[in-house]
Write a protein that binds this ligand. Structure first.
Ligand code: ATP
Length: 524
């Protein structure tokens, strides 16, 4: 097995074993692309959502939040373009009967070419050592040049075919490149056809097309249709934003890769309403702001990159993805889109209601432009876990065979902030003291009392779920002990143990696990 597959398998197994994520309806062999968050998972996900919400709504005077319904009037999706254009190109393999996204098959082929380029570079780096100049090598090495040319040519053909909705050309590209079914090697393909990704359902009291409802495929439209309501009731002036966290549903053709691509998922979207003509300025601002936000969370710079969209969606005049290096490569984590006045304009036209803003300075009314930031809470969860999960040599141990699994989460998002444990579970005095501490701290933090095993085992379990502090009550803590009224606090990352007075515990832990620390880092 490749190390990538091994890492990913380890991550999914860890997520299940430690109560982060379970397959939906597992007892019935599961439902593809649907997942349930377990006790630790829901805490981590809620913390990630809180980090997003507070950095948007609490820390911006000009961003407010809403929580719109999942069901919307069906005309919403006509105006937004989703009924006509929210399609993915689908292709079936006639032999294996497997279904693929045609554009993804081509993109995977392009990734392989990029892999070859990276291999050439790695080889040359090894050969030339410190003298290696990567930029020059890329410009002069004949193999790299050949691969890069091929990569560009395919990219241009793909972008053009996607923009034009040219399904025949997509099939042609697959045939020209000799792309085979990744599972079986068969090249016996059907034609490529468009597949709409919206799930539909039916209202009980209205039969036929009239009663057809969609499960929202994005949260953004709930914001657009409420633009005038929110602006009037909050008296916000442009520029201002509306933020929302909520479920979205897409009938994804290929839903592999765990919680990366689900059919039911959660989005955190913010639409920023601006004066037409200022979109590039705000595009730049939100690109920088969002990247900083990710870095503060602990995502290292080398695992994040911008990726400009080659084929723009029907609503956008500029779009970039923040990609994260997941265990299966760099993929979209967040999208930043300049959506122009497309959505508000379309709703204005179809509803006949004005979706405008009266600018008190220019004394003009106009449909604002929109700059959007859109991130999946589940993808953020996966990125966070995949970076944080490490198998490492136990800090401070000389023996390289002494290893541990640790989830090195930022303390502010860790599911459990501190675990309180008695050194011996059969000593009533230790147990009572530990429980008193737990009952006191639980009012302030998500804490856990645990006496279900030997202390070493309990520590390892807390490391595996990312608990930043373990508080241990030992014999010294007791009234007749060496240091009465004190306990040890073990740091997850350094394993250093500090002796802390019980009454100082909240003050010791508090600032480190406080979301304010994280928010301040993101704002720097
Ligand atoms: P992709 O190209 O990966 O399908 P997209 O470009 O369609 O994604 P957007 O419509 O821009 O995605 O959605 C915004 C964000 O919502 C994405 O950056 C991603 O984090 C999240 N997202 C989209 N689709 C899914 C899904 N099926 N499962 C989980 N998260 C998703």
């Amino acid at each position: 097995m490749s190390t990538i597959a091994a890492d990913f398998k380890k991550l999914t197994a860890h997520a299940k074993e430690y109560g982060f994520i379970y397959q939906s309806s597992e007892i019935y062999d599961g439902l593809a692309a649907a997942y349930d968050y377990g006790p630790n998972g829901v805490l981590l996900k809620n913390n990630l959502k809180e980090y997003w919400w507070r950095s948007m709504v609490q820390l911006h005077d000009n961003i407010v939040g809403i929580d719109a319904a999942i069901f919307m009037h069906p005309k919403t999706w006509k105006a937004s373009g989703h009924v006509d254009a929210f399609n993915d190109p689908l292709i079936d393999n006639k032999d294996s009967k497997k279904r693929y996204r045609a554009d993804v098959l081509i993109e995977d082929f392009m990734d392989k070419i990029e892999g070859k380029i990276n291999k050439e570079i790695a080889k040359a780096k090894k050969r030339f050592g410190d003298d290696f100049d990567e930029a020059q090598f890329r410009e002069t090495n004949p193999n790299v040049l050949r691969y890069a040319k091929q990569h560009n040519e395919i990219g241009t053909r793909l972008a053009t075919a996607m923009t034009n909705g040219d399904m025949a050309e997509l099939k042609q590209i697959i045939e020209d490149l000799g792309i085979a079914d990744p599972d079986t090697g068969s090249k016996n393909w059907t034609d490529v056809r468009q597949f709409n990704l919206m799930f539909s359902t039916q209202l009980g009291n209205i039969a036929g097309e009239e009663g057809k409802l969609y499960l929202r495929p994005e949260t953004a439209q709930g914001i657009f249709v409420n633009f005038v309501n929110v602006q009037k009731t909050t008296r916000q002036k442009l520029p201002f934003g509306i933020a929302q966290i909520g479920k979205a549903f897409r009938n994804e053709i290929v839903a592999r890769q765990f919680i990366f691509r689900m059919r039911e998922f959660e989005q955190m979207e913010m639409q920023f309403f601006i004066q037409p003509g200022t979109q590039m300025e705000w595009y730049k601002y939100w690109k920088e702001t969002r990247l900083k936000w990710h870095k503060a969370l602990g995502h290292p710079a080398e695992k994040l990159r911008f990726h400009d969209h080659e084929n723009l969606a029907h609503y956008a005049d500029a779009a970039v993805d923040i990609q994260f290096e997941f265990p299966f490569g760099f993929k979209e984590l967040e999208g930043i889109h300049s959506r122009t006045d497309f959505d508000l304009g379309a709703h204005q036209e179809l509803s006949g209601k004005k979706m405008q803003y009266f600018d008190p300075q220019t004394k003009e009314s106009y449909v604002p432009y929109v700059l959007e930031t859109s991130i999946g809470a589940d993808r953020l969860f996966l990125a966070t876990m995949s970076h944080a999960l490490r198998e490492e040599q136990v800090p401070g141990q000389d023996d390289p065979n002494k290893r541990r699994d640790v989830l090195a989460l930022h303390p502010a998002i860790a599911p459990i902030k501190a675990a309180i444990m008695p050194l011996k579970r059969n000593d009533e005095r230790l147990v009572n003291m530990a429980k008193d501490i737990f009952n006191d701290l639980r009012y302030r933090f998500d804490v856990q009392y645990d006496d279900t095993g030997a202390i070493g085992k309990l520590y390892r379990r807390q490391d595996a779920v990312g608990t930043p502090f373990c508080i241990t009550v030992d014999f010294d803590s007791l009234a007749d002990g060496e240091a009465p009224g004190t306990v040890t606090v073990r740091d997850r990352d350094t394993l250093e143990q500090a002796r802390v007075k019980i009454e100082d515990l909240a003050g010791f832990i508090g600032p480190k696990v406080d979301m304010a620390t994280l928010l301040a880092e993101a704002g720097k």
